[in-house]
Design a protein around this ligand. Structure first.
Ligand SMILES: Nc1ncnc2c1ncn2[C@@H]1O[C@H](COP(=O)(O)OP(=O)(O)OP(=O)(O)O)[C@@H](O)[C@H]1O
Length: 247
C-alpha cells in the first residue's frame, strides 16, 4: 500500500529554487534513500514532505489524502514524522522527557518509552541524563526515539550518520532495521553510499534539485551512483531495469 506520494514538487527560498519537479512514492515497510552532494535539495525535500516548508507547486499525498496545505504539526498528528538534520533536542530536558515530548501528537500505536528503549537499547543507560550531555550518536538515537513516540507511519530521517563514529552508525542502523520491520515507511538522507546500498529498497540520487538517478541497489552500481552524485552522468533505471537517458 502506498503511504506517501510526492507529485511534481517544486520548492525554494525566495527566488532561488532548491527542488524541481520531484515525484516519488513510498510504500508500507519500504526504505527509500536519498543521496546527493551538499545543496542538492535533500533536506528541503524532506522538509516539504513533513510540512515544515511550503512548496511553490506540486502536492504531497498521504494515504490518499492531500496534505500539501497542512503544517508539520498537523501532518505529525496524521502519522508523518521528521527527524531533522541537527536533531534539535530540548537541551534542558532529560532523555526521557525528550521522548515524552514526542508523544504530543497523542496518536495511538505500538510506540511508548518501553518499546522505544527496546528498539534503541543505547538509550536505556542514559534515560535520566540531560540532553545537553549526550554524544552525537546518543542525540541521534533520542531524536529517532522521539519521532517514534508519535507513532508515525512515515519516518523521514535527515543525515542519519552525519558526524558519527562508524560503530555508533552500525548500532543505529541495527535499530532502524528493527523499526522498519514494524511496517513503517522510511525515507532517509544518507551521505554514506555503501551503507545506503546495504539498507535501501530504492536509491534516489539528487543533483541541483533534480532527480538524476533512481533504482534498486541491485540495479545500480556504486560507480553509477557516484557519477550521478557528482553530475558526471545523468541516467535513470526504470522498474524493468532499462537504462534511460533523461533530459
Ligand atoms: N534556509 C535557507 N535559505 C536559503 N537557501 C537555503 C536554505 N536552506 C537551503 N537553502 C538552499 O537550498 C538548496 C538546497 O539545500 P538543501 O539543504 O535542501 O540541500 P541538501 O542536499 O540537504 O544539502 P546539505 O547536505 O548541505 O544539507 C541549496 O542551494 C541551499 O543553499
Amino acid at each position: 500500500m502506498t503511504l506517501l506520494e510526492a507529485r511534481s514538487l517544486v520548492a525554494g527560498y525566495g527566488d532561488s529554487r532548491a527542488i524541481s519537479d520531484i515525484s516519488l512514492s513510498l510504500d508500507e515497510g519500504e526504505l527509500v534513500a536519498f543521496v546527493g552532494a551538499n545543496g542538492a535539495g535533500k533536506s528541503t525535500l524532506l522538509r516539504v514532505l513533513a510540512g515544515a516548508h511550503s512548496p511553490t507547486s506540486g502536492s504531497v499525498i498521504y494515504k490518499d489524502q492531500d496534505v500539501t496545505r497542512l503544517r508539520d504539526f498537523a501532518r505529525n498528528r496524521l502519522g508523518i514524522s521528521l527527524v531533522p538534520e541537527g536533531r534539535r533536542l530540548f537541551a534542558s530536558l532529560t532523555v526521557r522527557e525528550n521522548l515524552i515530548v514526542g508523544a504530543g501528537s497523542r496518536r495511538s500505536g505500538p510506540w511508548n518509552v518501553e518499546t522505544v528503549l527496546d528498539a534503541l537499547p543505547m538509550l536505556g543507560p542514559i534515560l535520566n541524563r540531560n540532553a545537553s550531555r549526550l554524544s552525537g550518536g546518543q542525540q541521534q538515537a533520542v531524536a529517532i526515539g522521539r519521532s517514534l513516540m508519535s507513532n508515525p507511519e512515515v519516518l523521514l530521517l535527515d543525515e542519519v550518520s552525519l558526524g558519527l563514529a562508524p560503530i555508533v552508525i552500525d548500532e543505529l542502523y541495527v535499530s532502524l532495521e528493527g523499526v522498519r520491520k514494524t511496517g513503517l515507511g522510511i525515507i532517509l538522507v544518507e551521505q554514506d553510499l555503501s551503507r545506503t546500498i546495504a539498507v535501501a529498497d530504492r536509491i534516489i540520487c539528487m543533483l541541483e534539485g533534480h532527480v538524476v538517478l533512481e533504482g534498486t541497489p541491485g540495479q545500480l552500481t556504486h560507480e553509477q551512483i557516484t557519477d550521478a552524485y557528482f553530475g558526471h552522468s545523468i541516467a535513470s533505471f526504470s522498474d524493468t531495469g532499462d537504462l534511460n537517458g533523461l533530459d
